[in-house]
Design a protein. Structure first.
Ligand SMILES: [Zn+2]
Length: 151
């Protein structure tokens, strides 16, 4: 998921202004404020087009643009069957590192610890590809020990 750039927000606002054929253009100050507000919503860039499509269904150019965009985003996400949360509170019982478990295992042949990374199956929040998923207790049962990356 890519973060939307300031430029993309400005483009979205411009498209709405054009779409509603505004006679009085929003001030530069207003546009700056809106961009700051939108930036805080962290809209994924791939959703901008959908947001525009929702926003232009309103009867007129929104009085409160950030609010209208937020509504459009929510409408879009709920129709896509997803929940929009500003800062998804992610709690993981095993305190993984953003969905990744860093573990090491002693290797008898080489007399050293080998380091591994697994996607945490407790919270399943990592979408990293190419690494296996595991439960920490299962890993510990198999002789792995957690370590802090950078240790
Ligand atoms: Zn986790």
């Amino acid at each position: 998921m890519e973060k939307t750039t300031d430029l993309a927000y400005r483009k979205l606002i411009k498209k709405l202004v054009y779409y509603y054929n505004l006679k009085v253009l929003p001030s530069k100050y207003a546009v700056d404020m809106w961009c700051d507000e939108l930036d805080r919503m962290r809209i994924p860039s791939e959703q901008i087009e959908e947001i525009f499509n929702h926003a232009k269904q309103a009867p007129g150019f929104p009085k409160n643009l950030p609010m209208a965009i937020r509504d459009a985003l929510q409408a879009h996400l709920s129709s896509a069957g997803r929940q929009y949360t500003r800062d998804p509170p992610i709690h993981c019982d095993v305190n993984c590192d953003a969905g990744i478990l860093f573990v090491k295992k002693y290797n008898l042949d080489h007399d050293c610890h080998y380091r591994y990374a697994f996607r945490c199956k407790h919270c399943t929040r990592s979408e990293a590809t190419g690494i296996p998923a595991a439960y920490l207790d299962q890993l510990e049962h198999d002789g792995y020990h957690p370590y802090q990356p950078g240790e």
